[in-house]
Design a protein around this ligand. Structure first.
Ligand code: NOJ
Length: 511
């Protein structure tokens, strides 16, 4: 039997079983069947996407390579207190400190995806993409940590069903920074109690949605989340504890992720056969001049991506350089133990290999220098002083509206190669890549950015055999961009925020 026939047979059997166990209606089954077949024949009908690549016959993406688009719950859902949902740390921060958001806005309504999710999915469908990555709001599902809120389950069932009915695979992130306020009140991420609550939450998600969601991402961008939320104290819950709280946050996230992964493998995998991964993020670091030796360069990448990737995909545990150096510094600072938490052999084993794929958000790269000067041990510590990394940009790189975002597609290719060599070529699912501007409808810079980055991916796959399996655009809409409010526009669709129905209009990139 040819691969296509086998594929169609498997789909028919799956749909028949979904229909017979009663979880899908007849119409849903038919719609899904029609759209999945047409998408497998024509993976994307978007005008810009892969346009450049298809012109270069040597740089085609593999047939089974998937392209999708992403959002996150807090950035689009609104309905911040609807139907039993309790506040997340972002709701709390924004309501108590609106001055921290550059345009004084909030995400109480946002693009109102809670009520308008059908429009969102129809937008994804209109550009012919194969999957939609969105996140679940923890406090819609578990408003106080114990009882399940059926309204929350119903809402996400509707979103998932709408995706499936349109032939779009739902790719679900469990935690995209909107931590329950009730959990922060217990200490949040720096408290190890986070682990048990996260695993209990994951269990609820797997149990309720596992028969329909086959690709799970536990956590989005632990590096940024921990450094900015519990280090700098700028993102919610705005706890300022650099060089201590951020390392604790990372530690508990890694363990929580690994336990959720193991839970899935033990309790759900046989039944559902899905995959669970994590989304990390990293720029590629490029030495700015010859003062940065090869050893310095590798050390810097270990601090940045290796902090989370080495325990999961590398040799296990934190990179040695981080363990040794932070331990030494902590001693000099007069501390009784290292600021970087220790991992027991058992914990190392739990974490190592606990991901079916490596989700990677890639936006930009940077030139680096390393500050090797002795630091006054009385100064406040931080990841930055520990790593000594000083980042800057090459003046020839095109800059987006976001101050740190430059277009460096070669950096993506180098990063993918670094991952391949360092971690034995794991499957890499690019979970975000995107460009911000002023919101203009003729978004030529976004088109160039996407095409050049897709080309970099294709080259990494074809020339270097990097195991990249999917690519995700950020973002479907101009949405709430954390402390920058609505001032930075990453969307492929414009949203009319002044209208109650939040009409979406495609920009040139997806027309
Ligand atoms: C990564 C984050 O996951 C997302 O929430 C954010 O909007 C983009 N970066 C752009 O800054």
């Amino acid at each position: 039997m040819s691969r296509t026939i086998k594929f169609i047979v498997v789909i028919i059997l799956t749909l028949i079983s979904l229909y017979t166990i009663g979880s899908w209606s007849e119409q849903t089954v038919i719609n899904y069947f029609v759209s999945i077949i047409s998408k497998s024949i024509n993976p994307t009908n978007s005008t810009i996407l892969i346009a450049d690549i298809s012109n270069k016959s040597s740089q085609k993406l593999p047939e089974n390579f998937k392209i999708g688009i992403s959002t996150s719950a807090y950035q689009i859902e609104g309905a911040w207190d609807a139907d039993g949902k309790t506040p997340s740390t972002w709701d709390t921060l924004i309501h108590s400190h609106p001055e921290l958001i550059s345009d004084g806005s909030n995400a109480d309504v946002a693009s109102d995806s809670y009520h308008l999710f059908k429009d969102d999915i129809s937008a994804v469908n209109s550009i012919g993409l194969q999957f939609y990555r969105f996140s679940i709001s923890w406090t819609r599902i578990l408003p106080n940590g114990s009882a399940i809120n059926q309204n929350g389950i119903d809402y996400y069932n509707k979103v998932i069903d709408e995706c499936l009915a349109n032939g779009i695979e739902p790719v679900v992130t469990m935690f995209h920074w909107d931590l329950p306020q009730w959990l922060q009140d217990l200490g949040g991420l720096p408290n190890e109690i986070f682990i048990d609550y996260f695993v209990a939450y994951a269990d609820v998600l797997f149990k309720n949605f596992g028969h329909k969601v086959k690709r799970w991402i536990t956590v989005n961008e632990p590096y940024n989340y921990c450094i900015i939320s519990y280090g700098f104290g700028i993102w919610a819950p705005a706890i300022k504890s650099p060089g201590v709280g951020d390392y604790l946050c990372g530690h508990h996230l890694l363990i929580a992720h690994a336990k959720a992964y193991r839970l899935y493998r033990e309790k759900y995998f046989k039944m559902f056969g899905g995959e669970v991964g994590i989304t990390l993020e990293s720029p590629y670091y490029i030495p700015k001049d010859s003062s940065v030796s090869d050893k310095d360069h590798q050390r810097a990448l270990q601090y940045r991506l290796g902090w989370f990737a080495n325990p999961l995909f590398g040799t296990g545990g934190y990179p040695h350089v981080m363990i040794d150096e932070i331990n030494e510094r902590s001693k000099v600072e007069g501390r009784p133990f290292s600021r970087l938490p220790q991992m027991s052999e058992e914990v190392k084993k739990l974490i190592l290999g606990s991901a079916d794929f490596l989700g990677m958000n890639y936006y930009t790269s940077s030139l680096i220098l390393i500050n090797k000067a002795e630091r006054d041990p009385r100064e406040e510590p931080s990841w930055f002083s520990d790593s000594g990394v000083k980042e800057s940009a090459d003046p020839t790189w095109k800059q987006a509206k976001t101050f740190w975002l430059y277009s460096v597609p070669d950096g993506l290719k180098s990063l993918l190669n670094w991952i391949k060599n360092e971690y034995n070529n794991p499957p890499v699912f690019i979970t975000e890549n995107g460009w911000s501007d002023e919101g203009q409808m003729i978004d030529d810079d976004r088109i160039d950015y996407v095409n050049s980055h897709l080309l970099a991916v294709a080259e990494a796959v074809n020339e270097d055999q990097c195991n990249v399996i999917a690519y995700t655009l950020w973002s479907l809409f101009d949405s709430f961009e954390w402390n920058s409010g609505y001032t930075l526009k990453y969307g492929f669709f414009h949203v009319n925020y002044s209208s109650p129905t939040k009409e979406k209009t495609p920009k040139k990139s997806v027309e």
